[in-house]
Design a protein around this ligand. Structure first.
Ligand SMILES: [Zn+2]
Length: 493
């Protein structure tokens, strides 16, 4: 079976829906607020987003500006005159009976997003490109709650929240590739301020379309689309499943039908296992939606000023940040990835590096002590950029040792106090302890004749026992490297 599967490849394209990071909805002034409980239902609604007769939508310009940032960094061609369209369908969470979207001319076409992909665990990351078909603006639908007592509640809070739909070419051949792109896109949207892109909150949802073909063929066979996947884990399961299922269909002489599907963890699949993509309906065609121009909205004209404002974000994409950390700051690929792909880490890095001026030291602290204390303390993590920088600088300037810096930072993380006094006290104590380092070293050699003799006989490692004694006598204030060097000099004489 596995050998046979090697003769097929998956062909995957992605549709991604991102809620834009605006304060208000797409066509009304209702606040965009994430709610997820039946008792909060329908608190952020008005006649416009409820689709009452006679109301007029007014486009939220902020949604356009945010979308243009993404189009700009992708190098997409931006449509200067945009007509909105009505996409007609009936669904309980769509009170108007249509969704305002863009159809014939989208806001942007073409362009691409580079992303890193590691094909083998532990292997080197390669750069791939995800090419875009189009990006267009639309509005979100409401949400239904089905309660245990059998009642259902329709919640329109989400109705009319600005959405950007981003469609890629079928450029991916595995779920892993698709996820690598989506991760890059998620970070890019966060960094550009385009969307909070939190998948758990449904701020980013994706719909893969999947087909398979014999390896080496250029044809595109009928594809299925899997609706509204809310996590990378589900996306992986669904894509793996569909690829396997379609190969089985073709190999048994059948034909894959173009269908819209949904993932069901409880359903039994074609392979007899739990978890399956199940068909919802045959795939809609554009005709099913009876698109026509939205008569209530004037054309959206994109001006030079808008394009100008949206440009200049290229250095903020996660991809470019990572490249900058490697090329300009000299970080390892591993450190750069862990800084650039975790927005909190990047915030700390950008704030601390100018103060500390040592990229490697800054990255080590962020990925070490700072991350550790942040995870442990959560909301109660009280260190700030300024106080953290004070501690790390004192270490860099060798006013305190590494164990001392960690100890002080631990206090700052818990109490939020200013570390300067702690640093000064310890630095003074260190000075006192180490000002007479030579005397201490001689003392240690005298008090520990056995390791000293071992060292002289050629057991070079024995010096570490003496270093340990020096650290003990100075209560950690001595520099261990330096003490080791000086001890060796003394013993070699
Ligand atoms: Zn409203």
């Amino acid at each position: 079976m596995s050998e046979k599967r090697n003769t097929w490849e998956g062909v995957i394209g992605l549709e991604l829906h991102a809620q834009l990071r605006t304060r208000t909805k797409q066509f009304c002034r209702c606040e965009v607020r994430f709610t997820n409980a039946p008792e909060e239902a329908n608190k952020f609604v008005c006649p416009i987003c409820l689709g009452h007769p006679g109301v007029l939508p007014v486009l939220n310009r902020a949604s356009v500006e945010l979308s243009l940032r993404l189009a700009s960094v992708a190098g997409s061609s931006i449509s200067r005159r945009n007509i909105f369209a009505r996409k007609n369908y009936f669904y309980p969470d769509l009170p108007k009976g249509f969704q305002i979207s863009q159809y014939e001319v989208p806001l942007a076409e073409g362009g691409f997003l580079p992303y890193f992909f590691t094909s083998e665990p532990g292997g080197e990351a390669e750069v791939r490109e995800a090419r875009f078909v189009r990006m267009h603006l639309e509005e979100d639908t409401g949400k239904n709650y089905h309660l245990p007592d059998g009642t259902s509640i329709v919640d329109f809070n989400r109705c009319g929240v600005p959405l950007l739909e981003i469609v890629t070419q079928p450029d991916f051949h595995s779920a892993d590739e698709a996820v690598a792109y989506l991760e890059e896109m998620r970070l890019t949207m966060i960094y550009l301020g385009v969307s909070d892109a939190n998948m758990e909150l449904g701020q980013m949802r994706c719909e893969p379309n999947v087909s398979v073909r014999p390896v080496g063929a250029n044809e595109l066979r009928p594809k299925t689309e899997i609706k509204n996947l809310n996590s990378f884990a589900t996306l992986r399961k669904a894509v793996h499943y569909e690829i396997k299922r379609q190969i089985a269909v073709w190999e048994s002489g059948g034909e894959v039908l173009p269908q819209t599907m949904r993932w069901d963890d409880a359903a039994t699949g074609f392979d007899g296992r739990r978890g399956a993509a199940v068909a919802m309906r045959t795939k809609e065609t554009a005709d099913d939606y009876r698109y026509f121009d939205e008569p209530d909205l004037p054309p959206l004209v994109i001006t030079d000023e808008m394009i100008e404002r949206a440009s200049g974000f290229a250095d903020k994409t996660a991809f470019n940040v990572r490249a900058r950390l490697i090329e300009k700051d000299g970080l390892s690929e591993y450190d750069a990835k862990n800084i650039a792909t975790i927005p909190d880490n990047l915030r700390w890095y950008d704030a601390l590096l100018p103060e500390i001026g040592d990229a490697k030291l800054t990255a080590n602290w962020i990925l070490g002590e700072i991350s550790r204390w942040r995870a442990e303390r959560g909301d109660k993590f009280l260190a700030e950029f300024k106080t953290a920088a004070q501690v790390i600088l004192a270490l860099k300037e060798r006013r305190i040792t590494n164990p001392q810096a960690k100890e002080i930072f631990g206090k700052v993380a818990v109490t939020g106090e200013n570390p300067e006094q702690l640093i000064t006290e310890l630095a003074n104590a260190s000075d006192a302890a180490t000002s007479d380092l030579d005397a201490i070293l001689e003392e240690v050699i005298k008090e520990n004749p056995a390791p000293a003799a071992d060292y002289k006989k050629g057991k070079k490692a024995a010096v570490m026992a003496l270093v340990g004694q020096v650290m003990k006598k100075t209560r950690g204030a001595a520099n261990a490297q330096e003490a080791k060097k000086l001890l060796e000099e003394m013993l070699d004489e």
